[in-house]
Structure formats: C-alpha cells, structure tokens
Design a protein around this ligand. Structure first.
Ligand SMILES: [Zn+2]
Length: 210
C-alpha cells in the first residue's frame, strides 16, 4: 500500500512539476484480484486510476521496460482505451501467459544494446504521438541488464543509461508529464542494480532539472 501511495504521489508531483520519481514501485505482475511474481498490488494501475478519479488526467501511457512482460497491467487496462500499455521485454521469460498489452515488443534471448535501442527508438515516439497522454508512467526496470539473475537480455550499464535518456528525451519533446518507478533488478552483484537505478535518477535530473 505504501508503494501504491508513493506512485500515486509521484504521478501527482509529475503533473505539478513536469517529472517525479518514486524510489520503488513498478509491481506490474499484480492483477486486480491476485498478486504474482513478487507483486502484491499494482501500484501503477492504482495510481493511474486514482489520478483519473480525481480528474487530474484523462489519458495515461504506461511504458514498461522491465525485462518481464507487464501481464497484470495489460490485463487490468485491457478494455480501457484511456490507458495505453506498452511493454518491451524478453519474450521467452516469465510470465509464460502474456495477456496482450496495447503494444508488446518481445525480444529474443541475449538481445543487446543496439537491437534494444533501435526497437525502442522506432516505437516509443509513435506511441507518444498516437496516444497523446497527459501523463507517462515509466517502469525503468534494471533487469534487462546482461548480468541479471532473472533476465536473459544483454544490455550493458551504458545501454541502460541510454535507454533511460531516450525515454526522457522523447517524453520531454512531447511536453508530457513523466513519473518514474524502479521495477525489477536482480543483478548477481547488487552494486550493479544500485548503479542502474542511480543512473535512472541521474539522467532524469540532468534531462528535466539540470
Ligand atoms: Zn522484472
């Protein structure tokens, strides 16, 4: 519940200031009626619905770049045209059953920086233009990293930093509010997971604040 509150607050602060980050959140495997995969409550879904109920937003885009597909989020918003769900993930990883997001991009095992960033840069600007959201929630998962215990992609620390920078550049170009949550990260060396999350925040500060 604390995570839900943090993500709701980040969304609200993003609308006020242009961007905000919650140093937690991104529990995208939680469904409306049950939890899965380390996720009990879907904080981003709660926050999106909360901001809508308060009349603060009408249209939301969820950009989910965790290595695992955002199955709970996809199912929760499956029939809701006001929320566009975009998930880019490793196709052969958990969850085996992937309810369709509005846009799913499933990558081959061991896909690296170049393939990943090419695909993201091909699709994200189009999604931003097509859906024209009031607010973007970005799940900046650290688990597409090459040395992640639960991930099978091969992004480097530099590649992940470029990924974050590209998301921030794209959202800022469209003058849309941005709320960032951390999502997964299980590197063999926990220092690497920390470094990835720190880079996510450093890039946000340099793009939006610095
Ligand atoms: Zn994950």
């Amino acid at each position: 519940m604390l995570m839900c509150g943090g993500t709701l607050l980040a969304g609200s602060l993003a609308l006020e200031h242009g961007c905000a980050a919650h140093l937690g959140g991104g529990f995208h495997h939680a469904f409306a009626g049950h939890g899965e995969g380390f996720c009990l409550l879907n904080d981003v879904a709660v926050a999106a619905r909360g901001l809508m109920a308060r009349g603060q937003v009408e249209r939301v885009l969820i950009v989910d770049l965790d290595v695992h597909q955002g199955n709970g989020t996809a199912e929760i918003f499956g029939d809701d045209p006001s929320v566009f769900t975009f998930s880019m993930h490793q196709e052969s990883n958990y969850p085996a059953d992937k309810p369709p997001s509005n846009l799913d991009l499933g990558l081959e095992d061991h896909a690296g920086d170049e393939v990943y960033l090419d695909l993201l840069s091909e699709h994200l600007p189009k999604v931003l233009e097509r859906h024209d959201p009031d607010l973007v929630f970005y799940l900046a998962g650290a688990d597409p990293y090459k040395d992640d215990q639960l991930g099978g992609l091969s992004l480097t620390l530099k590649g992940l930093r470029h990924r974050d920078r590209f998301v921030y550049d794209s959202v800022r170009d469209h003058q849309i509010a941005l709320a960032v949550v951390l999502a997964g990260g299980y590197a063999f060396r926990s220092e690497d997971t920390v470094a990835i999350h720190v880079a996510t925040i450093e890039e946000l500060v340099s793009q939006f604040v610095g």
